[in-house]
Design a protein around this ligand. Sequence first.
Ligand SMILES: [Zn+2]
Length: 280
Amino acid sequence: MMVAVLMTVHRDEKPLGAPRESAGESEPPLARLADLTWTEVRGIRPERAVAILPVGAVEAHGPHLPLTTDVIIAEAMAREGASKLRRRGLEPVLLPALAYTPARFAVGFPGTVSLRPEALVAQIVDIARGLEGWGWRTLVVANAHFDPANLGALYQALDACAEAGLPRPVFPDVTRKPWALRLSDEFKSGACHAGRYEGSVVLAERPDLVHRRTMASLEPNPVSLSNAIRLGQQSFEEAGGPAAYFGYPSDATADEGRRTVMVLGEILDEAVAQALAIAG
Ligand SMILES: [Zn+2]
């Protein structure tokens, strides 16, 4: 179900539509729900509001990256997507991230917390219900955690929202076409956990959290987690990742991370534009 948007022009503002030129350095900061007052939320026009929910994990990411690597990536995707959506005349609002999610593949590693799938579904439905209560119609999921239990719960949550009579959240699943095609070769190979792809984004976003010497010393582990999942394997250990990393961590660069974040932002922006039928 697509989310309808009123095409009313407010005051002297431009209608919703194609992106405008960036306002550059003078852009005001993006709205973060956690930092707003309720009166500020009341001032956001519901028909233009786009709530963006980053979804990550508290999960082992090799001996070199922090447990909340996926939260860092999801928040970067949300931020980049939000700044693009704002140029379309929308009012994006960044929600606090969901950090605790199902993470079964990594439960054997200290630090990992794995939620039951139904706990994630319940949170997303209740968040969507909250937004509905404010008159907001558009919720977007910016997910950077690809454990099959998490992806399964996200799809269940979309269905549960629809069944509850709430707008179905927009969810650009970057593990699927067409979005996956825009991401790096390592990502597409399925060796997409704590390798070059994720390490690059953390280097770009939170370099202070990267254990660089350890990262540089890690041997490649080009095992495809997608294949492992197809084979019915259920943990990083079974899949051949005894240190909870896959791919080519020592090839990570901050430059690649910045490019990846830009692409993730474009994906989020385009997915929302398509859902609201304002692409162009
Ligand atoms: Zn990850």
